[in-house]
Design a protein around this ligand. Structure first.
Ligand SMILES: Nc1ncnc2c1ncn2[C@@H]1O[C@H](COP(=O)(O)OP(=O)(O)OP(=O)(O)O)[C@@H](O)[C@H]1O
Ligand SMILES: [Mg+2]
Length: 231
């Protein structure tokens, strides 16, 4: 547990294109706009962070390349993650819930170990294809091996959990023990709004009943349900 008040949620997978960044922004947006919860995003993966402006209501800290074995050889970016993380914990009011999301992609052992030790919840997103499921489960095993107590869930973006015949083997490859850890979040055709700034303005992202807003609320509710209970 990070500290009473602020929770740390890592959205983590070495597999590309599984919705890590989208879930981070959706979660931050819903927290601030629907759940009266201050939110922060720590960007660590090897892609450019999404441009956001103040109208979104949450802040993003850029630690691009953190713990990448080649691009962060000196460890400077990983130190930055820890610096923002510790500052957010330090500054968080104890009697108000706030939340930080960490967007973590790539094969970054040191960061994965840090998150396994300190995050309150790690979400491994996956999309429905054999490789994504396999890589997601490998990531789960890596995290569990470093901390058997870690709180991990899988979120399947863009799928309602009803597997077509041709995809049934993908779901069958998941062990019965892991199946209850999966949450299916469904599709949202306008989800791009969360990661493309101009689109947000065009589509009225702040309207509470857009599919993206509903989707984000469903995701954030799931996050809240799976955080450790505060005493
Ligand atoms: N639930 C969804 N329904 C429809 N499209 C989605 C959904 N979630 C994500 N997408 C789309 O899938 C694509 C990949 O998502 P995203 O960039 O969030 O993945 P990522 O894991 O962060 O990728 P990278 O590894 O490149 O950082 C984006 O175009 C996004 O708009
Ligand atoms: Mg991303």
């Amino acid at each position: 547990m990070s500290k009473k008040g602020i929770f740390a949620v890592a959205i983590s997978s070495p597999k590309g294109g599984v919705s890590k960044t989208t879930l981070c922004h959706s979660g931050c947006w819903a927290a601030v706009n629907n759940f009266n919860t201050a939110s922060y995003l720590i960007h660590t993966d090897n892609t450019e962070p999404v441009n956001i402006d103040a109208s979104r209501g949450y802040r993003q800290y850029d630690c691009q390349f953190a713990a990448d074995p080649i691009r962060d050889k000196s460890g400077e970016q990983l130190e930055k993650v820890k610096y923002y993380w510790n500052n957010l914990i330090e500054m968080a009011p104890k009697d108000e819930r706030s939340i930080m999301f960490v967007d973590n992609g790539g094969n970054k052992e040191e960061l994965a170990l840090f998150l396994a030790e300190f995050a309150d919840l790690i979400i491994i997103p996956t999309v429905v294809d054999g490789i994504s499921f396999k890589r997601g489960i490998q990531h789960y095993n890596q995290i569990k091996a470093s901390n058997s107590e870690v709180n991990v869930r899988f979120v399947v973006a863009g799928h309602n959990g009803k597997f077509a015949k041709r995809d049934q083997d993908i779901w069958d490859s998941v062990s019965d023990e892991l199946k209850p850890l999966f949450m299916f979040l469904g599709r949202s055709s306008d989800l791009g709004v969360f990661i493309i700034d101009d689109e947000i303005k065009k589509k009225g992202w702040s309207q509470p009943n857009t599919p993206a807003a509903n989707y984000s609320r469903a995701f954030f509710k799931y996050v809240l349900e799976n955080l450790p209970k505060q005493d």
